[in-house]
Structure formats: structure tokens, C-alpha cells
Design a protein around this ligand. Structure first.
Ligand code: OAD
Ligand code: ZN
Length: 252
């Protein structure tokens, strides 16, 4: 892949960079995406698994489904795309990863400035007393009922019909409003309000670079559309950044 001249100029001069990621960035780590032929939502009904009503009417089923997804993500590792973003963070004055993923892989890879728009399946809390069951604590509890009050323990993620965490959304919106460039990586760009963020970037004069294996509703709107897997494309981008910008911030 040749990186277009115009994009090279942006990579060389941008100060403020945002990356919006979706399930596609974790696909190469072995985590299934949601839409498309092999996507989770082609076989399962979101309203039966990913809503508060579903949880209340069948807590065992919903809890077991999330525990299954937790096992998949724990057995997987961040891939070259996640790692490239960790590297990129070192080259720009401001660098924010805004993710729709709940899989914790950006954190595990080592990205520092992350807004998690849809929560994180490694965090859980009791609906009754708000006691937290994070990471291994949830497994150690041995049940999806709270050991303190017997209440239901839910994952700290955003289900259909729920509001996004206000603090994370604020970080994302502020970053989008000031970004020189936003990379939109591995997302079908159809779930709102996350899908609004590229519009905010453009309205404030920033550029949009899409990275995806196929076209999405955003492709026509993007300034640059790089077709390929997230790991290949982002590896090339970070190599080009190194070539153009030289030494990273923290090694200067
Ligand atoms: P989708 O499953 O809708 O989209 C995944 C995107 O990744 C598609 O556009 C694929 O073409 C692309 N893709 C797949 N493999 C790729 C690869 N190796 N490299 C680059 N791109 C690749 O997932 P999201 O857009 O993340 O909501 O879905 C958004 C939200 O819908 C999710 O956060 C989830 C879901 O319901 C909640 O959990 C609240
Ligand atoms: Zn409790």
C-alpha cells in the first residue's frame, strides 16, 4: 500500500490525533465482530442478550454469554494494530484512542489515553449495592449474584437503549472537536452516537482517514480510505510516521 501524498503531509504535521476503533481492530486477535456474515448479530439477537430487559428476564443466560466473551478476550492477545496505536501515541502532542470495544485490548496493549464509549467487560457491579467485581474478582465470586447483598451483578458496559458513560463521551467529543485528524479503524460506523464523532471532526476542520477491509457508510465521507486489515495498514502508518517524524516524544 502506498500512503497518499496528502496523508503523508498530515502524518508529518498533525499535533492532535484521535483514533476511533471498533470490533474490526480486534478481529485479528480472534474476537468476533458484530455485523456481517460471521458477525455475532447475524446468529444472535441483540435484544435477547445485550439489553437491560434481557438481563432482568434471563440473568443466567446473559451473564453466561458475557462470561463466554470474557474467556475469549482473555485468551486472545492485542495484535499489531493495537501495538501500532501504542507506538503512535508517542509521536503526537495529543493522542486519544476512542473505542467502542469492551474487550480491554487497548489497555492491555499499553495505550494510555483511552475513552471507552461502551464500557469494559472486565468491570462489573452489583445492581443492589454497587459493589464492584472487577477482573478476577468476578470469577472469584463464583456467581453472578453479589456476595454481599445477593443482587444481580451486571457488566459495566453499554447495552442497547442505554446512555453512554458521560465522562467517556466528553473526552471523545472534546478530542474530536480539536483533532487535526481522526483515524476510523475497523468499525461499520453505523452505531450512534459514536458514528457522529467523524462528523464533529470534519465540522471543526479535521481530516478523516478510514481503515477497513471493506467499504462502510463512512467511506464516501472520509478524506482518505485505506482498504486493508487494521494490522497491515496501521503497521505501515506507524512506519511512515517514524520515517517522517524521526525520534519519538518520550525518547527525545
Ligand atoms: P461491526 O461488527 O459493526 O463492524 C466491524 C467492522 O470491522 C466492519 O466494518 C468490518 O468490515 C471491519 N473489519 C473486520 N475485520 C477487520 C480487520 N481485520 N481490519 C479492519 N477492519 C476490519 O463492529 P462495530 O462497528 O465495532 O455495541 O460495532 C459497533 C457497536 O455495535 C459495538 O460496540 C457493539 C455493537 O452492537 C455495544 O456493545 C454497545
Ligand atoms: Zn450487592
Amino acid at each position: 500500500m502506498t500512503i497518499p501524498e496528502g496523508l503523508q503531509r498530515i502524518l508529518a504535521t498533525a499535533n492532535d490525533v484521535v483514533v476511533l476503533t471498533g470490533a474490526g481492530i480486534s478481529a485479528e486477535s480472534g474476537i468476533p465482530t458484530f455485523r456481517g456474515e460471521d458477525g455475532l448479530w447475524s446468529k444472535l439477537k441483540p435484544e435477547e442478550l445485550a439489553s437491560f430487559d434481557a438481563f432482568l428476564s434471563n440473568p443466567e443466560l446473559v451473564s453466561e454469554w458475557y462470561q463466554h466473551r470474557r474467556h475469549i478476550t482473555r485468551e486472545s492477545k492485542p495484535n499489531a494494530a493495537h501495538t501500532a496505536l501504542v507506538e503512535m501515541e508517542k509521536y503526537f502532542r495529543r493522542f486519544t484512542v476512542v473505542t467502542q470495544n469492551v474487550d480491554n485490548l487497548h489497555r492491555r496493549a499499553g495505550s494510555k489515553n483511552i475513552a471507552e464509549l461502551h464500557g469494559n467487560i472486565e468491570r462489573n457491579y452489583c445492581l443492589g449495592c454497587r459493589k464492584r467485581y472487577d477482573g478476577a474478582d468476578f470469577d472469584a465470586n463464583g456467581s453472578f449474584r453479589c456476595s454481599k447483598c445477593g443482587g444481580l451483578i451486571r457488566p459495566d458496559i453499554v447495552w442497547f437503549g442505554e446512555m453512554l458513560p458521560a465522562d467517556q463521551w466528553d473526552v471523545a467529543e472534546t478530542a474530536a472537536a480539536t483533532a487535526d485528524v481522526m483515524f476510523v479503524v475497523g468499525t461499520s460506523a453505523v452505531v450512534y452516537p459514536a458514528a457522529e464523532l467523524p462528523v464533529t471532526v470534519r465540522r471543526s476542520g479535521g481530516k478523516i482517514v478510514e481503515v477497513n477491509i471493506e467499504e462502510t457508510p463512512l467511506t464516501g465521507f472520509a478524506d482518505f480510505s485505506l482498504q486493508g486489515s487494521a494490522s497491515n495498514v496501521l503497521s505501515e502508518i506507524i512506519d511512515k510516521i517514524k520515517e517522517l517524524r524521526g525520534v519519538a516524544k518520550d525518547t527525545e
